[in-house]
Design a protein around this ligand. Structure first.
Ligand code: ZN
Length: 383
C-alpha cells in the first residue's frame, strides 16, 4: 500500500508516507516492516493529480489514460477478470530489481529485505566480463539518477514505470521516448537479467497470480460492491491493471493514478494467501477515496485543525480488512496483524474508526455523518 493520494489530499505535503513512516523509496530501506502496509498508498490531491496528468501528457505519450487503456490488452496480460488485469512484465520487473540493487549497494549493508533478495543480490556478485560491466553500469545509473525519486509522486518515475509496463512485450526500449541514457543501460542489462533472474521472477509472479485469482473470482463482486458503497462511488468500469513484480517497494505494493495501476510484489511475505487479496482490494480502493478525502479535509477545516496525514489511509486499511473478515471470519486484517494501529502517528484512530466509521460500513450512517463524527472524535482523542 502506498501513500499518496490519500496523504496529499490530507496533508497537502509532497512527501510520501505510509503507515506513519516516511515511504520515500530510500528511507524505507530499513527494518521497520512491521509498520508498513503491503502498499505504498499514493493519493495525490486532485489538483496535483490533474496538474501532474497534464504535465505528463505534454511530455510522454504513455502517461495519459487513453493510450494506456489501449495497451491494456488481453494479449499481454497473464490473466484477467472483471476487476483486475494481471501482468508479469519483463521491463518493469528488471527496473524495480535494479532499483533494489542500487539502493542496497548504496546502503552498503543488509537492508532488511526479504530473504529472496539476499539470494538474488548474491547472484550479481558472481557476474563477470561483459555481463558484470553492463549490469554494474545499470546499477550505477540508478544510483546516480533514480534512487532518490519517489516511485509515484515523482513525474519522471511514474512515466518510466508506465512506459516500461507498456513495453512488456517489446524486445527493445529503442522506441520508448525515455531518456536515451536510461534506454541504453536497460537494453544492455536486459540479457543479463534475462539469463540470471527473470525466469525465477516470472515464475513467482505467475504463481502469485494463479493463487490470488480464485480468491478474486469468489470474493470480487462482494468486495468491490462494499468498498465502492463505503466511499459512495463506483469501482472502475474496466479491469485495473496490476503489474506483479518480484520487488515493488519496502511496503510491498503501490498504486499510481490517472490511470489507476497497481504494482505488487509476488515475493513479499506480507502479500501471500488472503493477505494478497486484501492488498489487491486495498490498492484498488485508493482510486475511490476522493469524496471521503474531501469530506475529511472539510470537517477538519471546520474545526480549524489540520488532518492527521495517515487518517484516510487508516480508514482504507480498516475498511478493506473489515470486509475481508466478513468473508473470511478467521482472517486477521493486515493492519492488526502488523501492528499498524499501535503506531504513534495513528494514536486514537482505531477507537474512533470502530465507533464512528464501522457503523457506516454496516449501513447505519452516511459517509458524511461518519466522517463528521470521526473527525470530532479523532480531534478529541488528541487533545
Ligand atoms: Zn495503501
Amino acid at each position: 500500500m502506498n501513500r499518496t493520494i490519500n496523504q496529499i489530499i490530507l496533508s497537502k505535503a509532497p512527501e510520501v508516507r505510509h503507515g506513519g513512516k516516511d515511504l520515500s523509496r530510500f528511507s524505507l530501506m530499513h527494518p521497520q516492516k512491521l509498520y508498513l502496509r503491503p502498499c505504498l498508498a499514493f493519493v495525490i490531491a486532485l489538483s496535483l493529480l490533474f496538474a501532474a496528468s497534464a504535465a505528463s501528457a505534454a511530455t510522454d505519450p504513455y502517461a495519459v489514460a487513453k493510450p494506456l487503456r489501449g495497451r491494456q490488452s488481453a494479449s499481454t496480460a497473464v490473466a484477467s477478470d472483471r476487476y483486475f488485469e494481471f501482468h508479469s512484465g519483463f521491463w518493469i520487473n528488471m527496473h524495480l530489481f535494479l532499483l533494489e540493487e542500487a539502493l542496497t549497494r548504496k546502503a552498503g549493508r543488509d537492508t532488511g529485505r526479504e530473504a529472496e533478495f539476499t539470494n538474488d543480490s548474491s547472484i550479481s556478485a558472481t557476474l563477470s566480463g561483459n555481463e558484470k560491466t553492463n549490469w554494474d553500469a545499470a546499477v550505477a545509473y540508478y544510483q546516480q539518477n533514480l534512487i532518490g525519486l519517489d516511485l509515484v509522486a515523482n513525474d519522471r518515475m511514474r512515466i518510466i514505470k508506465n512506459t516500461l509496463e507498456n513495453f512488456e512485450d517489446q524486445a527493445s526500449l529503442r522506441l520508448s521516448h525515455l531518456d536515451p541514457r536510461l534506454v541504453r543501460v536497460l537494453n544492455s542489462a536486459a540479457p543479463v537479467y534475462r539469463a540470471h533472474w527473470w525466469t525465477a521472477h516470472d515464475r513467482a509472479n505467475r504463481a502469485w497470480i494463479a493463487a490470488v485469482s480464485p480468491l478474486v473470482d469468489s470474493d470480487g463482486d462482494s468486495l468491490t460492491q462494499k468498498i465502492a458503497t463505503a466511499y459512495e462511488t463506483t469501482w472502475p468500469d474496466s479491469p485495473v491493471r496490476v503489474d506483479v513484480v518480484a520487488y515493488a517497494n519496502d511496503s510491498g505494493a503501490f498504486t499510481s493514478l490517472l490511470p489507476t495501476r497497481i504494482v505488487i510484489s509476488s515475493m513479499d511475505p506480507g502479500n501471500q494467501k488472503l493477505a494478497a487479496e486484501e492488498a489487491l482490494f486495498h490498492e484498488g480502493s485508493h482510486a475511490l477515496i476522493e469524496k471521503a478525502g474531501n469530506l475529511l479535509l472539510s470537517d477538519f477545516a471546520v474545526h480549524r485543525k489540520k488532518a492527521p496525514p495517515e487518517l484516510l489511509h487508516a480508514i482504507l486499511y480498516f475498511s478493506a480488512g473489515y470486509f475481508m473478515k466478513e468473508l473470511h471470519p478467521d482472517y486477521i486484517p493486515y493492519a492488526k496483524a502488523n501492528g499498524l494501529w499501535q503506531q504513534p502517528a495513528w494514536k486514537g484512530f482505531h477507537e474512533a474508526i470502530v465507533k464512528d466509521w464501522q457503523p457506516h460500513l454496516e449501513g447505519q450512517a452516511s459517509l458524511s455523518e461518519a466522517v463528521s463524527r470521526l473527525v470530532s472524535d479523532v480531534i478529541a482523542s488528541r487533545n
